[in-house]
Design a protein around this ligand. Structure first.
Ligand SMILES: Nc1ncnc2c1ncn2[C@@H]1O[C@H](COP(=O)(O)OP(=O)(O)OP(=O)(O)O)[C@@H](O)[C@H]1O
Length: 304
């Protein structure tokens, strides 16, 4: 059972702070590292894998610093986001090359075992250039698994993968987690993470924004005030009337027309809004949620 721990870890590239004072502990089972593009997920994974030194703070594996510690490569398997550029190799040759890099005593057996885990035995004799996106992810996974590591780190493994292959990959990760491995994968899609991750770490703009099981993250999201854009026959009058409505936390006239309303309890707002409009003879033309996107959920989590 392996634990990867970051303690006040930061990483900057010149003036760009990619990871800012992040502390988190990743234990056995499947953890999702969720964050929008550019949040610092790749940088975090590279630091956990020992490929990038933290500019400040510490990253450890079972208590030992990861950076500069060659022995951690025996415990960690990394599946990078970029495509392996070895399309001229067969799947089997690619996995075997990794087995040999690890100087495994029986590289042939280890290769077959890894190919079997990812269900690519049949296709193993074909060049990787003929593989689908999902198969390429799986062959990278086999290469990262060949030395039977206790920790698997995967950077955006589901990116561009078709739904059937995605399911296959999800089952694989779930199985690896159930075996007691520490599995961390990054994603910018909440639905992807919620399906398989028992634990979720959210990062936004290099900062650690939230942490917990899916229920906890979902609660943070559903408890948040929602924002709606309303259009009506008399926006100014509607804005004034809504100010006195208990389920409304804020009202603002939008420069492009309409009223932006911050709602604390959508259930009672849905009842109050038509009543308020009717009482003042205002015709409602449009009610649109403005913050349904994941980005807004992230910014809410960060400011919480
Ligand atoms: N080598 C580098 N030099 C300069 N800036 C970098 C470098 N690598 C990453 N960054 C910057 O650091 C920030 C975090 O990047 P990172 O790739 O870790 O994020 P990410 O969450 O993995 O995003 P994506 O999913 O888009 O890859 C971004 O602002 C990025 O532009």
């Amino acid at each position: 059972m392996s634990v990867v721990e970051l303690t006040n870890s930061s990483r900057w590239y010149g003036n760009v702070v990619a990871v800012n004072d992040v502390s988190m502990k990743i234990g056995p089972g499947v953890t999702g590292l969720l964050g929008p593009n550019g949040a610092g997920k790749t940088t975090l994974i590279a630091m956990m894998a020992g490929f990038l030194a933290p500019s400040a703070g510490e990253v450890t594996l079972d208590g030992a610093p990861v950076w500069g510690n060659v022995s951690v490569y025996r415990t960690i398997g990394l599946v990078p986001e970029r495509e392996a550029s070895f399309g001229y190799l067969t799947g089997r040759q690619f996995v075997r090359a990794n087995a040999e890099l690890h100087q495994l005593p029986a590289p042939g057996e280890a290769t077959e075992r890894a190919l079997d885990i990812v269900d690519l035995v049949e296709a193993a004799g074909r060049n990787i250039s003929t593989y689908s996106k999902g198969m390429r992810q799986r062959i990278k996974l086999a290469a990262a698994l060949v030395h039977d590591p206790g920790v698997m780190l995967l950077d955006e493994p589901f990116n561009g993968v078709d739904p059937r292959q995605r399911l296959h990959l999800m089952e694989l990760l779930t199985r690896l987690g159930a075996e007691g491995r520490t599995v961390l994968f990054s994603s910018h899609i909440l639905e992807e993470v919620e399906q398989i991750a028992r634990h979720i770490e959210v990062v936004v703009s290099g900062r650690h924004a939230a942490s917990g099981d899916f229920g906890a993250i979902r609660r943070l999201m559903t408890d948040r005030p929602d924002k709606y854009l309303l259009r009506s026959s008399d926006d100014r009058l509607l804005a004034t009337a809504l100010m006195a409505t208990p389920s409304v936390a804020g009202v603002q006239l939008d420069a492009r027309g309409g009223v932006l309303v911050q709602v604390t309890d959508f259930g009672s707002f849905a009842v109050s809004l038509p009543r308020v409009a009717r009482e003042r003879s205002i015709t409602l033309l449009e009610v649109t949620p403005t913050d349904e996107s994941l980005e807004s959920v992230f910014s809410y989590l960060v400011s919480a």
